[in-house]
Design a protein around this ligand. Structure first.
Ligand SMILES: Cc1ncc(C[n+]2csc(CCOP(=O)(O)OP(=O)(O)O)c2C)c(N)n1
Ligand code: SF4
Length: 281
């Protein structure tokens, strides 16, 4: 029997992803989540930038835009403002979201526009051969940090919180069933929702960091993820280098940007029409 979510894929396989890449797991979780949400395919829009993860928009069959590196949120903001009915998702790599697109990211958080941003964090620039990103952990190796990265990484949860996002969760590709539900929950949040997905890039990251096999990276995620609930019972020392997964925060009833924008447009229109009626030149 054909799986029910097959309808969400375009017929353009083979894909470009390497064997063992985490992107496929995120893509299938996304398709399952859309099925659970019950959205009509034509009401869903998915926007991506550039990178291995961003290629997803060429494989899934929704309204899709494959845009410029770091600019997916800007395109999505424009599309959402002009078609507020769209269920808007943005898929980004860690470099895409936090380096070249970092500015768009923080401003999307502060605007609270109703977009679900999925950041596939494989800790590296995968597509261009393994340059370190703002999410590469300190000490890890990259082609641009052959002796180890001395930068400190962003924590997407705290970055989003500080920038004003109203929903932030973190998932991972090892807990794939949970990931599907996390995409559903993020989509159901009204406002800007951020879902960081800890993923794998065995080729451009694992090979340089003693995890050459995809299963090594999976094992790493399995061994180092801790739920938000369990983390609350652990000390800072115990939590060092752990990846805390689950819903980190949710703030309801914050004005949503598209609605505020439309209210403003209606007011300005009314004002203008009244002035016209009153004979103002
Ligand atoms: C403006 C611009 N600068 C640089 C590039 C080259 N480039 C393409 S993909 C990429 C990095 C992608 O890394 P990431 O966003 O983490 O996604 P991944 O490939 O790991 O999924 C870079 C630097 C580009 N396409 N456009
Ligand atoms: S380079 Fe890394 S991120 Fe890109 S397809 Fe290969 S494994 Fe995936």
């Amino acid at each position: 029997m054909r799986p029910v979510y097959e309808k969400y894929f375009r017929d353009n396989i083979p894909h470009i992803w390497c064997a063992g890449c985490g992107n496929g797991i995120v893509m299938s979780a996304f398709a399952r989540a859309i099925e659970k949400l019950g959205y009509d395919q034509d009401d869903v829009m998915v926007v991506s930038g550039i990178g291995c993860s961003s290629r997803m928009t060429t494989y899934i069959d929704f309204n899709t835009l494959h845009t410029a590196h770091g600019r997916a949120l800007a395109f999505a903001t424009g599309a959402k403002l002009s078609e507020p009915r769209l269920k808007m998702f943005v898929i980004m790599g860690d470099g895409d979201a936090a380096a070249i697109g970092g500015n768009h990211f923080i401003h999307s958080c502060r605007r609270n526009i109703d977009i679900t941003a999925i950041i596939i964090n494989n800790a590296i620039y995968g597509m261009t051969g393994g340059q370190y990103s703002p999410l590469t952990p300190t000490g890890k190796k990259a082609t641009t940090a052959p002796y180890g990265n001395i930068d400190r990484a962003f924590d997407i949860v705290e970055l989003s919180r500080g920038a004003g996002a109203t929903y932030v969760a973190r998932g991972d590709i090892y807990h794939a069933a949970q990931l599907t539900n996390q995409i559903v929950d993020a989509a159901n949040h009204k406002g800007f929702s951020v879902l960081e997905v800890v993923s794998t890039c065995p080729i451009s990251y694992g090979r340089y960091n003693k995890m050459p096999k995809p299963t090594d990276m999976m094992q790493y995620i399995k061994d180092n993820t801790v739920s938000v609930q369990k983390a609350a019972t652990m000390t800072a020392d115990e939590l060092k280098d752990k990846i805390i997964i689950g819903e980190h925060f949710k703030i309801e009833n914050v004005p949503e940007y598209t609605e505020e924008h439309n209210k403003l447009v209606a007011e300005v229109k009314k004002d203008y029409l009244e002035k016209l009626k009153g004979g103002a030149k």
